[in-house]
Ligand binder design. Structure first.
Ligand SMILES: Cc1cc2nc3c(=O)[nH]c(=O)nc-3n(C[C@H](O)[C@H](O)[C@H](O)COP(=O)(O)O)c2cc1C
Length: 218
């Protein structure tokens, strides 16, 4: 079966975690002879092609990074340009990946995405959620492969089932909340380690102020 994947990431393909996850997912999806076309909304020149693919095809997956607990603004802009389908038969599924590890982070976005297929004349194909993906592009090859392997497996699963079953997606998103013992440990030690790590990272990216600077504070 043919699958259209639309990446709602704002970062260009080469630097996007969503793009890496899409690569892994389509690897698993294509194993049985299925085909995939991918459109990247970070490149505005691809918007017309993505909209045409949405209009013409019946098996569509929108993959996106979680931005402030919901979808990136540019994806919202793209969605608002689509015309709802007049004929039944299109299935629209979603893949959300985010930086924080808890599945609960993405539930607000999931609730919103559940409303979209109805608005666009499609059936809902489920939502796959995975957190803890912030470091995907920064980690070494071996760790990245390990982080991406579950998405290859989910590509196979999606090829077999055509949807993300709610129970399967729920266990894939785990942990829903971090265990209390881990939260306590983070407050004691992890918090300081992360401050140092994030501070260094911000410096490398050209940040000149402290990360907790409050320039607009009265
Ligand atoms: C503006 C912005 C807002 C974000 N908001 C969230 C958030 O609410 N929850 C979360 O878990 N991750 C959040 N993240 C982290 C991204 O979802 C995460 O790093 C993701 O892997 C980025 O994917 P990309 O490289 O395809 O853009 C945010 C990142 C940015 C840049």
């Amino acid at each position: 079966m043919h699958l259209v994947i639309i990446s709602g990431a704002t970062r260009p393909r080469g630097r996007s975690n969503t793009a890496k996850i899409i690569d892994a997912f389509q690897k698993g999806y294509k194993e049985g002879g299925n085909t995939v076309e991918v459109w990247y909304l970070s490149d505005r020149k691809q918007w017309a092609g993505a909209a045409a693919a949405f209009a013409e095809q019946e098996n569509i997956l929108i993959a996106l990074p979680l931005y402030v607990e919901n979808i990136p603004g540019s994806l919202l802009e793209f969605l608002s340009c689509l015309s709802p389908k007049k004929e039944a038969g299109t299935r629209l599924a979603f893949l959300i990946q985010g930086g924080f590890p808890e599945g609960s982070q993405s539930r607000c976005c999931e609730r919103y995405l559940e409303t979209l297929p109805g608005q666009l004349g499609c059936e809902y194909g489920g939502t796959l959620i995975k957190g803890d993906m912030f470091g995907l592009g920064m980690t070494d090859e071996k760790s990245r492969k390990k982080m991406l392997e579950p998405f290859v497996e989910m590509g196979r699963y999606f090829a077999d089932h055509g949807i993300f079953d709610k129970e399967k997606a729920y266990s894939f998103a785990a942990p829903e909340y971090m265990p209390k013992s881990q939260v306590r440990l983070f407050r004691l030690i992890g918090h300081f380690v992360q401050r140092i790590f994030m501070g260094r990272l911000a410096k490398q990216m050209g940040c000149k102020e402290a990360l907790d600077a409050k320039p607009y504070e009265c």
